[in-house]
Ligand binder design. Structure first.
Ligand code: R5P
Length: 297
């Protein structure tokens, strides 16, 4: 029996299969049944090797957190003694302070929960802002944050040559500067104030956009409002085209449609979150990081 196994859920099958292939490890499935009252029954392979990698992205996170709460101790009962959580999208990272008195700092408590369940946590472009590193987020545990920004930078340069890259807000600076560096692209970040779930006020950086191909680059698109506001402004300032590249394509409800209605041409995302817009795979990036974590490289 192999020393390693990748465990995954069937709604993330394409990424799981690519990863298992790249890592050359057996792939086991977590089978999931939801009872009429909403409770979950999970079933893991009944005999696990010592080192288990559990793939579970936390898009639509609440039920998935319960899955993790159940899976991690069960995997240890079934033979695993080291469990790495591979969560390409780590949810609850944006609430990193109490913005009003009494507000729960979800980032801290979700990280404490995961740190208690897993020996290591690996993710892609987590929304770290005031808490700056995975070490700070998971004290005493191994935490690895990978970035898809170089891959997105290469992708947009291949598609468009020399677009102007814009991050809609200051928090996107970390990804935009890395993506732009790949091909020395002109780049900048805007300034954003969020007034509510579906309302943002935004100002793009003072770059010359007239006649240019503009790519809006961000870590996550949720309601799409941030990107819609940025796209409308770029077009009003004379951009020849506006495309979007994001690591995590959440696109809730009709966000994608509204983005196109606002004038966005292409929407490209990574497969960190399964979505119709996936154009760039993070599987090789993840596989390399797992090999390093397991000391296989
Ligand atoms: C926050 O600063 C993030 O980087 C994204 O800009 C934000 O979460 C996008 O949210 P929405 O699509 O709902 O505007």
């Amino acid at each position: 029996m192999s020393e390693h196994m990748l465990l995954a859920f069937d709604d993330e099958a394409p990424l799981a299969q690519a990863l298992a292939y790249a890592l050359d490890v057996p792939l086991g499935w977590v089978r999931c049944h939801r009872f009429p009252d909403g409770e979950l029954r999970l079933r893991l392979p009944d005999n696990l090797p010592p080192r288990v990698l559990l793939l579970r992205g936390l898009q639509q996170p609440n039920e998935k957190l319960v899955e993790l709460l159940l899976c991690a101790p069960a995997a240890r009962e079934l033979g695993a003694n080291e469990i790495v959580l591979l969560s390409p999208y780590l949810a609850y990272m944006r609430q990193d302070m109490a913005f009003t008195p009494g507000e729960v700092v979800s980032q801290r408590h979700v990280a404490a929960l995961l740190g208690g369940l897993f020996d290591a946590v690996l993710t892609v472009d987590p929304h770290l802002h005031r808490v700056r590193s995975m070490e700070e987020l998971f004290p005493g545990r191994r935490g690895v944050a990978l970035s898809a920004a170089p891959l997105l930078g290469q992708w947009v340069a291949q598609q468009l040559g020399e677009p102007v890259l814009i991050g809609p807000d200051e928090e996107a600076a970390q990804w935009v500067s890395v993506a732009a560096q790949e091909r020395g692209l002109t780049h900048g970040v805007g300034h954003k104030r969020r007034l509510g779930d579906h309302e943002v006020v935004l100002e793009l950086p003072p770059l010359a956009l007239q006649g240019r191909a503009v790519v809006l680059l961000d870590d996550v698109a949720s309601t799409g409002q941030t990107l819609i506001a940025a796209a409308q402004q770029a077009l009003a300032r004379g951009a020849a085209s506006v495309d979007v590249a994001v690591t995590h394509a959440l696109f809730v409800g009709d966000a994608l449609q509204r983005l196109h209605e606002a004038g966005v041409r292409h929407v490209w995302s990574t497969d960190a979150v399964p979505h119709a817009s996936n154009a760039v795979s993070v599987a090789p990036l993840l596989a390399q990081a797992v090999r390093e974590l397991w000391g296989c490289e």
